[in-house]
Design a binder for this molecule. Structure first.
Ligand SMILES: *[C@@H]1O[C@H](CO)[C@@H](O)[C@H](O)[C@H]1NC(C)=O
Ligand SMILES: *[C@@H]1O[C@H](CO)[C@@H](O)[C@H](O)[C@H]1NC(C)=O
Ligand SMILES: *[C@@H]1O[C@H](CO)[C@@H](O)[C@H](O)[C@H]1NC(C)=O
Ligand SMILES: *[C@@H]1O[C@H](CO)[C@@H](O)[C@H](O)[C@H]1NC(C)=O
Ligand SMILES: *[C@@H]1O[C@H](CO)[C@@H](O)[C@H](O)[C@H]1NC(C)=O
Ligand SMILES: *[C@@H]1O[C@H](CO)[C@@H](O)[C@H](O)[C@H]1NC(C)=O
Length: 368
């Protein structure tokens, strides 16, 4: 009923994927296809996987080289008719901890109207929602300590360069502008690359949702993270214990129980994924100044139980001033507090508000 149109896949491994079982919400104005992109990463990561700065402040003797190629799974959605301006633009969508590409498009008809991929597509914008390395349908390194923010950030940079120089599918031109949109730890991943690469970072703009400068390790206890193999032995029994997950998802939703569907929380629990331990221990990355020169927007929910607890997001002007200090060379910078939204702002009843905000920023960041 809703077309899933695998046009082609770029990977030696694509035969292993059961493509037809992947549901992607897409209406008549929009076509979506899955893809696997091999990404080569040659990067220095921390010898200590719990280094709070993820290697950003380390000397050479505290770092080790990671040289590997990973298959990165993604879902590419494209409007059937895009204006010439929008045809040059792609959004790279980066999920957060224990989520997958499905955060941007929950794969059931019931939750179809929570699909940002479809919302954006209906407004003429293409997107590629990927799974982090170690997560979902992307390669999962046997050693979870290979999966650090430095690794994920290198993957995003390589992908962005690929999208700007090569054709993702036959007949689709390389994109001229890329906006990275992250959720939570996905925003930290995008931030890591911006710190490391400054003006060379291939993204034209960043929309960092559900992420403020706050030590993540102090928030980690709220997550109740446990080894994935202990949490769900049937699914993850063979995983290294440093691949972790969370058992209670309520913290991702607003405090007000009428602000979201209880069925979404159940669905969320059944479709959750894993992350590596470093995702929660490398928590001080967001306190490092980024000399990135593109556009930056942060969007946080006023009822985000991690970042806006204790009235932290009430004074929006003060929040803007504090966050802006870490992005001194950004072409533009703004923090938006999405009223009533929770940490998973895409998954509650207010999602359409943030969705409109994201599209507004994408249009603003890519205007000539
Ligand atoms: C490198 O950093 C480590 C850990 O912070 C420290 O113990 C070591 O002394 C440093 N080495 C040099 C040469 O600065
Ligand atoms: C890094 O990996 C690439 C491809 O996987 C390989 O060709 C190259 O020799 C490696 N480099 C080093 C220094 O190991
Ligand atoms: C991490 O950041 C918090 C503040 O956000 C700070 O209190 C803590 O000392 C930092 N940790 C390290 C290792 O710098
Ligand atoms: C999940 O956490 C919330 C608080 O975030 C708590 O109220 C609730 O009882 C917890 N649920 C379970 C099943 O532990
Ligand atoms: C979450 O899903 C698991 C099965 O994967 C189930 O055993 C558990 O009861 C669920 N928890 C909640 C709070 O729904
Ligand atoms: C999706 O539809 C349901 C039921 O019609 C509605 O309650 C919910 O607010 C909608 N969600 C979004 C994100 O629009």
């Amino acid at each position: 009923m809703f077309p899933f149109l695998p046009r082609t896949t770029v990977s030696a491994l694509s035969g292993l994927l059961c493509l037809s079982s992947i549901y992607v919400a897409s209406g008549q104005s929009c076509g979506c296809s899955s893809i696997v992109i091999p990404v080569h990463v040659d990067v220095l990561i921390s010898k200590d996987p719990s280094d709070p700065f993820g290697g950003l402040k380390s000397n050479a003797s505290s770092l080790r080289r990671l040289n590997d190629t990973y298959d990165v799974f993604g879902v590419f959605c494209q409007p059937n008719t895009a204006s010439p301006k929008n045809a040059d633009v792609i959004q790279l969508l980066v999920h957060g901890f224990t989520y997958t590409h499905q955060y941007w498009s929950p794969p059931t008809e019931e939750f179809r109207n929570y699909s940002y991929s479809e919302f954006a597509c209906d407004r003429g914008l293409s997107s590629l929602a990927i799974d982090w390395v170690g997560v979902g349908l992307s390669s999962r390194p046997a050693n979870p300590f290979d999966v650090q923010y430095a690794t994920g950030a290198a993957v995003l940079s390589q992908l962005a360069r690929h999208l700007k120089t090569a054709s993702i599918f036959p007949g689709i031109q390389p994109f001229k502008k890329i906006i990275g949109i992250g959720h939570s730890a996905g925003s930290i991943m995008l931030t890591f690359g911006a710190i490391l690469e400054s003006a060379q970072y291939p993204f034209d703009g960043l929309i960092l949702t559900s992420s403020l400068n706050l030590d993540l390790s102090t928030l980690a206890p709220l997550l109740g993270a446990t080894s994935a193999r202990d949490d769900t032995p049937l699914r993850w029994g063979a995983l290294d214990p440093n691949y972790i997950t969370t058992s209670n998802r309520s913290i991702f939703y607003p405090t007000d129980p009428t602000a979201f569907s209880p069925r979404m929380v159940i669905f969320d629990n059944f479709t959750k994924d894993v992350g590596s331990l470093s995702t929660v221990t490398q928590g001080n990355i967001t306190s490092v100044t980024a000399h990135y020169t593109g556009h930056v927007a942060k969007v946080v929910g006023s009822d985000d139980r991690f970042f806006c607890a204790g009235g932290r997001c009430i004074d929006v002007a003060a929040l803007n001033a504090a966050e802006r200090m870490l992005w001194p060379e950004a072409q533009s910078f703004e923090v938006v507090v999405a009223q009533e939204s929770g940490h998973d702002m895409n998954l509650d009843f207010f999602a359409k508000g943030p969705f409109s905000t994201f599209v507004g920023f994408v249009n603003q960041f890519t205007a000539l």
